[in-house]
Write a protein that binds this ligand. Structure first.
Ligand code: COA
Length: 379
């Protein structure tokens, strides 16, 4: 086989390589546009709900009223997780990382799934919706079990976002908190061929089961270069004790050549369109809670980063202060990301399986060639 010409080699990390076709979401990094199935994220953030977005991502169009009601009812029926999976979570050692717990729980869920031995198209679609319903429940259950509390069963009267906050805290959230959570779930639901989505598609392309593909996605999301940035933002906001300290803190960070989490993006060259909504929600929820501490620090950090380095906030920056004010523990920020991204992951798995070909790229070999085998006694 001829050597690949240097100019044909993909850049490191497969940057700028189109690795496949998808009709689910699109990004224009120059103009700062994100769209799900062609619908601008700003419209979805202002007018839609997570349930609608699940239908849109899975099925390709917005649901009719009847379809939305049907999906809401199905999500309500499927939200509870089997007792065997709760036992698996209870059996994990104290101090298990919440993403490790979530990944383990989803893998176990595959064994308990009523369609475990059926991978035909109708069963796949049922599993995609069921997993989407259950992921938020698992996040709440893993938090309660690690603190020795009993899980709070889902309330069929509540929507998906409100149910998550209810199952996590045991208290029904205010309408404003439920709406803020709902919009955050809408904003994180899909983002093209990001690393975890691509991992899910690779696993699915082998015709592994959906739970296996989502387990691969969760393993990939755990890494700090992907899902973990919002946690790091929270640590920064805690280190910046007062808004007045922000400017100096940022200057020191840049002087020490440290990356400031929650800023910059591999694709967007403008403000991340998701950050626009998360900033507003973070402010509204802080004002409603009468606690602007983390919002005020965030605003000052953002202004300093913009002034000193011209970098824009990304999706992770204002989600940190928002989640904190909603009462979500910092180490659950990445699991909450998964509770939203499950909609996109499952949509991508369904799309992959709808027209499957094994994903199997080639590597460019850079090791030695024609090396003779040296017998053990001569090494
Ligand atoms: N803090 C400090 N400097 C940053 C930065 C940040 N958050 N983001 C980018 N830069 C710097 C880069 O180091 C680079 O500097 P250089 O020209 O001196 O090498 C310059 O700004 C341009 O970087 P760019 O090419 O636009 O970004 P990238 O593709 O190299 O990196 C990220 C993209 C997301 C990995 C990077 O912005 C980052 O690490 N951000 C923080 C982590 C984060 O928030 N991740 C979540 C992303 S949604």
């Amino acid at each position: 086989m001829p050597d690949v010409k240097p100019e044909a080699r993909p850049a490191g990390g497969l940057r700028n390589v189109v690795a496949g076709e998808s009709g689910i979401s699109s990004i224009d990094g120059q103009r700062g546009v994100l769209a799900y199935r062609g619908i601008d994220i700003h419209e979805l953030a202002e007018r839609s709900s997570f349930e609608e977005v699940v239908f849109l991502l899975h099925r390709g169009t917005l649901p009719t009223r009847a379809q939305l009601e049907e999906l809401r009812a199905t999500l309500g029926r499927e939200r509870a997780v089997p007792a065997g999976v709760v036992d698996v979570l209870r059996g994990l050692p104290a101090g298990t990382h919440p993403m490790t717990a979530l990944r383990t729980a989803v893998s176990a869920l595959g064994a308990f799934d009523p369609d475990a031995n059926d991978d035909g198209p109708p069963a796949r679609s049922r599993k995609a919706v069921r997993l989407t319903a259950q992921m938020a429940t698992l996040v709440a259950v893993l938090d309660r079990t690690r603190h020795g509390s009993a899980p709070v069963p889902p309330d069929p009267a509540l929507g998906h976002a409100a149910n998550f906050l209810f199952m996590l805290t045991g208290n029904p959230p205010s309408a404003a908190a439920a709406r803020a959570m709902d919009v955050a779930l809408v904003l994180h639901a899909d983002h093209e061929f990001n690393a975890s989505t691509f991992a899910a598609r690779v696993a699915a392309s082998t015709l592994a089961d959906i739970h296996g593909a989502i387990t691969a996605a969760l393993a990939t999301l755990k890494g700090p270069l992907h899902g973990g940035a919002n946690e790091a933002v929270m640590q920064m906001l805690e280190a910046v004790r007062e808004p007045e300290e922000a400017e100096g803190w940022v200057r020191d960070a840049f002087a020490q050549k440290r990356k400031i989490m929650g800023f910059g993006h591999a694709v967007y060259r403008t403000e991340d369109p998701r950050a626009t909504h998360l900033r507003r929600l973070s402010r509204e929820i802080a004002e409603a809670a009468g606690d602007r501490r983390f919002y005020d620090r965030s605003e000052r950090v953002e202004a300093a980063v913009k002034a000193q380095k011209g970098l824009y906030a990304n999706v992770d920056f204002y989600s940190a202060s928002l989640y904190r004010t909603l009462g979500i523990p910092t180490d659950l920020f990445t699991p909450v990301f998964a509770a939203s991204r499950i909609a996109g992951w499952t949509a991508h798995v369904l799309e992959q399986l709808g027209n499957n070909r094994l994903i199997r790229p080639e590597s460019e070999y850079t090791g030695p060639r024609d090396v003779p085998y040296l017998p053990l006694e001569r090494r």
